[in-house]
Ligand binder design. Structure first.
Ligand SMILES: [Zn+2]
Ligand SMILES: [Zn+2]
Length: 172
């Protein structure tokens, strides 16, 4: 990840196809996954999904509302997909693992999706054979440990998130 700490291009905006849902990503995400799992292939109808993982409070809804659709997921724990209630385009998901605190923004919904190429390809065990990855590209057959891939800044942001979640748990 060469450019993870740079803020060029951010904040940036995105939205659905009918333009009723608009959002702003205020900073760079923690990491960008290109996921080749069969679930992402089915959900997108194509070969992979491109997801920017980012703290929920760094994604601001500028216009419209999202409709949250409970959807089965690979882990069995489900994911909540936020869609425009009109055109039904998915703009982000929340997975059970990271919960409400982290959104997986669908990179293709950004006005400039070229801003966020993948940092790592995951679940390449089910990569469609015609998708050929550059040899130097980080790629794993299934999943990986964040500490081995994420830049220091993202790991620090993750630690802050986890501390916040712990605090909230104690207050409940
Ligand atoms: Zn829409
Ligand atoms: Zn996937």
């Amino acid at each position: 990840m060469d450019d993870a700490t740079s803020s060029s291009g951010f904040p940036c905006e995105g939205g659905c196809t009918c333009r009723q849902v608009r959002y702003r990503m205020t900073t760079r995400p923690l990491v960008v996954h290109c996921c080749h799992c069969r679930w992402c292939q089915r959900e997108t109808g194509t070969a992979f999904a491109l997801n920017a993982m980012i703290e929920a409070d760094r994604v601001e809804l500028l216009a419209g509302e999202v409709e949250v659709v409970d959807t089965p997921s690979l882990s069995g724990k489900g994911q909540k997909i936020s869609r425009c209630p009109h055109c039904r385009i998915a703009v982000w998901s929340n997975y059970a693992g990271a919960g409400e605190a982290v959104r997986f923004v669908r990179v293709g919904t950004l006005d400039d999706p070229d801003l966020l190429p993948p940092d790592i390809h995951i679940f390449t065990a089910s990569r469609q054979p015609w998708v050929v990855l550059p040899p130097e590209m980080p790629a794993v057959a299934e999943y990986y440990k964040a500490s081995t891939v994420w830049p220091k800044e993202s790991l620090e942001r993750r630690a802050a998130l986890m501390a916040k979640a712990q605090q909230q748990k104690q207050q409940q």
